[in-house]
Design a protein around this ligand. Structure first.
Ligand code: SF4
Length: 386
């Protein structure tokens, strides 16, 4: 048999067995109940960087709240962000709404059956476009993400570094060549299903795998070596100080983030980046530590007051160290020291622009990133009125 024929036969074996396996039975997931492109689109965006079990309740709530493209396009942005609260990567939610508005304006609210048009929508990259077009419209488009790169690298013994764009291009070409006529949606979902349930990153279940007989990595004992992936740079740490400030009515001071950039449009506790080298060691006592007591990180408290005054004109008095918290983004880590604080006497009744007081029970009105959801659950106004 020539090399070309053996490659063709390997490809045909893969396609046939994967498709048959997927069609014999697969996980019942809420976005699989029909082939509505809107549901597929929302689910694929939610599933980026997020586990299926986490996504299911978010997806169901999101569909109840925004059942159509029009409902999503017309919703206040804050409601969309609130529905996304806890999922992270909030630009996904903002892009979803921007794309929903494009769909209403340019496509009568219907996802176009056209690769170029779908890829042109905000927040839709090649993977998501491939998933929507293949599952909803049976277009023979590949949908290649990290999972698919892993399963194909193992089966076809590909040694390219999947962190590099050239590997993605190569694997997309391979995946496109494997798609069977009339079975694009099931085939792509089969690849995703195999990566999620059988050919998992660690300890894959080769003995139950539908393509084990001809899997290169298994036959050569190299399952643990593949895929090749160079390590990403570790997140850059940033030392930050935050204020948990209450007024006499027990309301907590919060601030809205700018319209663009990291966590755009979300609410947070006021906080500031510490000038380089100013963070003291971890406080030694448990909370609360009165100002001046051993373990009270006085320089950090002073930096908090100074930075918020300089940035926002907020006059604040940190009173006691409350806790330390951490939040990791893909490229960045916030190491945050939180101080219980109050406004300085004579600070005036008017708050700086973008600031608000939040009373107990008002949390549902404001979308917060996870770090602040946790801090407010532990120390916010509702923590004391349960
Ligand atoms: S045999 Fe093992 S390594 Fe190969 S595709 Fe199946 S699960 Fe993955």
């Amino acid at each position: 048999m020539t090399a070309l024929h053996s490659q063709e036969s390997l490809n045909a074996y893969y396609t046939e067995n994967l498709l048959a396996w997927y069609r014999r039975g697969n996980r019942s997931l809420p976005w699989r109940m029909n082939r509505d492109p809107y549901r597929i689109w929302i689910s694929e965006i939610m599933l980026q960087q997020t586990r299926v079990e986490t996504v299911i309740p978010y997806f169901n709530r999101f569909m109840d709240k925004f059942p159509t493209v029009e409902a999503l396009a017309n919703a206040p942005e804050e409601e969309v962000l609130k529905a996304w609260e806890g999922l992270g990567y909030y630009s996904r939610a903002r892009n979803l709404q921007a794309a929903a508005r494009e769909l209403v304006q340019d496509y009568d609210g219907v996802m176009p059956n056209d690769p170029e048009a779908v890829r042109g929508l905000k927040g839709i990259g090649p993977y998501t476009a491939g998933a929507i077009l293949s599952i909803a419209y049976e277009r023979p488009e590949p949908a290649v993400d990290g999972n698919v790169m892993r399963v194909l690298s193992r089966f076809f013994l590909l040694e390219d570094d999947i962190a590099k764009p050239s590997a993605r291009v190569k694997i997309e070409k391979l995946a496109r060549s494997l798609i069977p006529e009339g079975g694009a949606g099931d085939f792509n979902q089969g690849l995703m299903e195999l990566g999620a349930t059988v050919c998992t990153p660690k300890s894959p279940h080769c003995l139950t795998c539908p393509v084990m007989e001809r899997c290169g990595a298994r036959l050569e004992g190299r399952v643990d070596e593949l895929p090749v992936k160079s390590k990403a740079k570790p997140p850059r740490p940033e030392a930050r100080v935050a204020a948990l400030a209450f007024d006499d009515a027990g309301r907590v001071l919060i601030r809205r983030r700018p319209e663009s950039g990291l966590l755009a449009g979300l609410w947070e506790l006021p906080h500031a980046l510490l000038p380089a080298g100013s963070k003291e060691g971890a406080p030694t006592a448990s909370l609360p530590v009165p100002a001046g007591a051993p373990g009270y990180p006085a320089a950090d408290a002073a930096a908090l007051a100074a930075e918020l005054a300089a940035a926002d004109g907020l006059r604040l008095v940190p009173e006691a160290w409350l806790t330390d918290a951490e939040h990791t983004f893909s490229h960045l880590r916030w190491d945050m020291r939180v101080f219980r604080s109050r406004l300085a006497p004579g600070a005036g009744a008017a708050l700086p622009p973008g600031y608000a007081w939040m009373a107990a029970g008002e949390e549902a009105l404001y979308p917060f990133p996870n770090l602040f959801v946790k801090l407010l659950q532990a120390f916010g106004p509702s923590a004391f009125v349960r």
